[in-house]
Design a protein around this ligand. Structure first.
Ligand code: FMN
Length: 201
C-alpha cells in the first residue's frame, strides 16, 4: 500500500475477528518499522508490553472500561513512556563525542527534559512515546493489520495488574488484529477543515 493510502485507510477498528491471529513475524515487522520513529535527542523513551494470552486480555479489558475490542483483537499493546530514558540511553547518545561535546549534550538534555520526577520529563516521555504509537498504527496498516488506539483505561489498575512501575506512564493501548468483516465499518468520523486551524504567519 502506498503511503497516502495508508493514511487514508487507517481507521480505529471496533470489531476484530477473534479467530484471526496476528503472526509474531508480522508483529515484529510492525514494531521494527515503528522503531524507526524520531525522538528528542534520539532518546527513544518508549517500551511495549504485548498482551496476547486470553487470560491477560481479559484482565486488561477489565482495566479498560470493559471495551470488547481488548479481548477481540489479536494482541493489545501497552505503550509505555519511560521516565528513565534519559539515564538509560544517555551513554549511547554520548558515544563518539569529545569531552566538550559530552558536557554540552548532557547540559542540553537535562535542560530540556528536567529531572526524573519533573513535569518536563513526563511531557518528554509521553510526547515521544506517542510518536512511536502513531508509527505503530501506520506500520500496522502498511502490513495489512488494523488497529485501535485507546486511552479509555484506568492507568493505576493497568500498572498494578501488569506489574508496571511508576517509572512509566501509559500514553495509550493499541489493539491490533483483523477486522470482523461481517460488521459494518461506519464512515470515517468528522474532521475539521484544515483552514479552521492552520495559520500562516
Ligand atoms: C489517544 C487516543 C485514545 C483513544 N481512546 C479510545 C478509546 O478508549 N475507546 C474508543 O472507542 N476509541 C478511542 N479512540 C479512537 C478515536 O475515537 C478515533 O480515533 C476517532 O474517533 C477518529 O476515528 P478514526 O480513527 O477511525 O478516523 C482513541 C484515539 C486516540 C488517538
Amino acid at each position: 500500500m502506498d503511503c497516502k493510502n495508508i493514511f487514508k485507510s487507517r481507521r480505529a477498528i471496533n470489531f476484530f475477528d477473534r479467530n484471526k491471529k496476528l503472526d509474531r513475524e508480522i508483529l515484529f515487522e510492525i514494531l521494527n518499522l515503528a522503531n524507526l520513529s524520531p525522538s528528542s535527542m534520539n532518546l527513544q523513551p518508549w517500551e511495549v508490553i504485548v498482551v496476547e494470552s486470553p487470560e491477560k486480555k481479559k484482565i486488561l479489558r477489565e482495566c479498560a472500561m470493559n471495551q470488547p475490542k481488548v479481548e477481540d483483537a489479536s494482541v493489545v499493546l501497552i505503550i509505555l513512556a519511560n521516565l528513565n530514558a534519559v539515564e538509560n540511553h544517555i551513554e549511547k547518545i554520548l558515544e563518539g563525542k569529545n569531552e566538550k561535546q559530552i558536557e554540552g549534550t548532557k547540559k542540553a538534555i537535562y535542560n530540556l527534559y528536567g529531572e526524573k520526577d519533573s513535569l518536563k520529563r513526563k511531557i518528554f516521555a509521553v510526547k515521544n512515546a506517542s510518536f512511536f504509537a502513531m508509527s505503530v498504527m501506520l506500520a500496522a496498516q502498511a502490513c495489512g493489520v488494523e488497529s485501535h488506539p485507546m486511552d479509555g483505561f484506568i492507568e493505576e489498575k493497568v500498572k498494578k495488574e501488569f506489574s508496571i512501575s511508576d517509572d512509566y506512564i501509559i500514553p495509550c493501548l493499541i489493539a491490533l488484529g483483523y477486522r470482523d468483516k461481517s460488521k459494518e465499518l461506519k464512515p470515517r468520523n468528522w474532521r475539521r477543515e484544515i483552514t479552521e486551524y492552520v495559520k500562516f504567519v
